[in-house]
Design a protein around this ligand. Structure first.
Ligand code: NI
Length: 631
């Protein structure tokens, strides 16, 4: 069994085993922190092996340095993520199934090759959970380049066993006419495009960042870049140089899990359960930005090297994009009495990647600012996950998008970020800050009083928190052993953006499996093996794994190495304007220094040079802006 697992050259098993490995099993945090940069560590690979013939999966750690298997065990009660070649195999299995073909014919589709099949995960809804299952959804193409998502074949679910690559069952809930109106979005499909004048970003002296392998220095920031198939971009050992000393902020930051729950109660949409991290390996679905970059300026790319399902290397060229952006005003003051103006422009460093998960695109962006702030932002775009209603029908659970009954159910997008914070060292504590109205009485004679009240979070179960915009709620992570100039512990703030939690009932399968999305913030003491908010293998897992399981121990989170698990939620009540491709919707959060520095750390930013007119640099009110559109 063991030999079968990792030895790709073993003839007996090669044809039966589809294996994919997470390329790196990271060295321990203690080892990394103790390293002076020249320390040699064992190179280790984390491997998942799926033995299709035996319908079993295994995972293990292999030391590449020592050529030894360090650990090996069967994965119980769950399935590894769905690999890209299983997408392809699933579609082919559906197309050759006579019952599937018959279901298409009932909908007037005679050429099975014109449809596309998306393998949505089966979740925990099927009786036979020991099988490796997907619930495939089908869409039609009316020409080879047609946008199939404009033509959903609703009420048709195909249950496919991915180990056997065969259709087990067709659930046909009745024919809904397939919407016919095209939803094509190519440049050739756009009539009379609106043309603007050229806008060019020049960096004649090159970028301001320096790169050494995976290490990046920019302004006063230092960090390292990594990439995993499951999480995509990972940032390591983020620190800010303060008076010649590099001060740590984050040891590791990554997207730990994602889920998209749908609100529609119909049998098709109610079973949708897209855990894009642990079920589809969102990193392996990263765009190659070689094919068209989305950024301006001087850009440095990083490739991602992953493993294909046969174990051979797969390189995603230009998976990560790094560049600088002008971001308006950093700080400004006008002293009108002496007619002095001081203003500094803000420059931010952007490290980003974009992933395509079937119909949706997610852009995952980290921004580094000169005032010590860090921002994470998700850009949601792509194509809505649609169904169809009969012509003229409407539904309280979603929005009809066109006259043919194209229909987008209400849903939510959740992103859990695992933030291994190290604020000026590993020993940290956590406070929740609410703004409170002062009580009435002699101490508050004008009744105007209000103040920011800090409450320490002592244990895991009391550190499962939600946002509260009306209390101005934020969280502060401090190092209780390092004081700033006013004798208070140095810290960073976690500042929510717009946010929400899961609306599904707590008894719903999706709530049990994606419990991380029922709260916005979880805090745990650092534990090396706790990496993914919904557990190691959310695919077909019945629920309860990950954060809800670990935090039952109710461990102390005071004065220890902390990990924050911040869940960002975005409600998507679809609009007509989200079709055919959705304009970017933004969501995210910020980490801002809070008594970490003794004053504004961006006072040392140099004033910008003024560009004269006449070189096309600045034409705000000049004649250059008033031409008519010619299109
Ligand atoms: Ni959406």
């Amino acid at each position: 069994m063991r030999r079968c697992g990792f030895s790709a050259g073993n003839g007996r098993c090669r044809s039966a085993a589809a294996s994919f490995r997470l390329p790196l099993h990271e060295p321990s945090k203690a080892q990394v922190l103790a390293s002076d940069g020249n320390t040699r560590v064992d190179r280790e690979a984390f491997i998942i092996v799926l033995d299709n013939a035996r319908q079993e999966s295994y995972h293990g750690v292999v030391s590449l340095t020592r050529q030894k298997v360090r650990s090996w065990e069967r994965i119980p009660n769950a399935q590894p993520p769905i690999a890209i070649d299983e997408f392809v195999g699933c579609e082919a299995a559906c197309k050759r199934d006579p019952e599937f073909q018959a279901a298409l014919r009932r909908r007037g589709i005679t050429d099975v090759e014109t449809v596309i099949v998306d393998p949505w995960s089966a979740g925990a809804y099927e009786d036979d959970q020991g099988r490796r299952l997907v619930r495939a959804l089908t869409f039609a193409r009316f020409s080879p380049t047609d946008n199939a998502y404009a033509h959903p074949i609703d009420n048709l679910v195909t249950i496919v066993d991915l180990n056997e690559m065969k259709v087990l069952r067709i659930d046909d809930y009745g024919v809904v006419p397939v919407p016919q109106i095209p939803g094509n979005y190519g440049a050739d499909d756009t009539k009379a495009p609106v043309q603007l004048k050229a806008l060019e970003i020049h960096q004649p002296d090159g970028p301001s960042f320096e790169i050494d392998g995976q290490s990046v220095r920019w302004e006063r920031w230092q960090f390292r870049i990594g990439f995993t198939p499951r999480e995509g971009l990972v940032l390591y050992t983020i620190g800010f140089e303060d008076q010649g000393r590099l001060r740590s902020i984050l040891y590791r930051a990554s997207l730990s899990e994602m889920v998209v729950p749908y609100g529609d109660v119909s049998p098709v949409h109610s079973h949708k359960n897209a855990f894009d991290g642990g079920k589809y390996n969102i990193g392996a679905l990263a765009n190659s930005l070689e094919l068209g970059c989305d950024c301006l300026g001087v850009i440095r790319y990083f490739d991602a090297t992953l493993a294909g399902s046969d174990g051979s290397p797969v390189v995603i060229r230009n998976a990560i994009c790094m560049h600088e952006e002008d971001y308006g005003i950093l700080w400004k003051h006008v002293d009108f009495r002496i007619e002095q103006t001081e203003v500094r422009r803000s420059r931010r460093l952007v490290v980003s990647w974009i992933t395509t998960v079937g119909n949706y695109e997610y852009g995952l962006f980290w921004y580094f600012y000169q005032d010590g702030s860090l921002e994470f932002e998700v850009k949601l775009t792509g194509i809505l996950s649609v169904g169809a209603l009969k012509r003229g029908e409407t539904s309280k659970y979603g929005q009809v998008l066109n006259a043919d009954g194209l229909y987008a159910p209400i849903h939510q997008h959740f992103f859990n970020l695992r933030l291994d914070v190290d604020i000026d060292g590993v020993t940290n504590s956590m406070y929740e800050i609410d703004i409170e109205r002062e009580s009435a009485g002699g101490h508050n004679p004008e009744k105007n009083g209000f103040y920011a009240r800090a409450t320490v979070l002592q244990r895991e179960l009391e550190a499962q928190r939600t946002v509260d915009a009306l209390k101005g709620r934020f969280w502060r992570i401090v190092n209780p052993h390092t004081m700033n100039s006013v004798g208070e512990p140095v810290g960073y703030r976690l500042i929510p953006g717009s946010n929400t939690v899961m609306f599904a009932d707590s008894a719903a399968s999706i709530a049990k499996r994606a419990t991380f999305a029922t709260k916005n913030l979880w805090v745990t003491p650092y534990a090396e093996q706790e990496r993914y908010a919904a557990g190691d293998y959310p695919n077909q897992h019945p629920g309860g794994a990950g954060l809800p399981e670990w935090t039952l121990a109710n461990r102390s989170i005071e004065e220890t190495d902390l990990v924050l698990w911040y869940t960002i939620g975005s409600n998507h009540v679809a609009r007509l304007e989200d079709w055919p491709v959705m304009p970017v919707m933004y969501t995210g959060f910020m980490l801002r220094p809070d008594g970490f520095f003794n004053d504004n750390p961006a006072m040392d930013v140099a004033p910008s040079h003024h560009h004269g007119h006449g070189h096309g640099h600045v034409h705000v009110n000049g004649q250059g802006t008033s031409h008519d559109r010619k299109s």
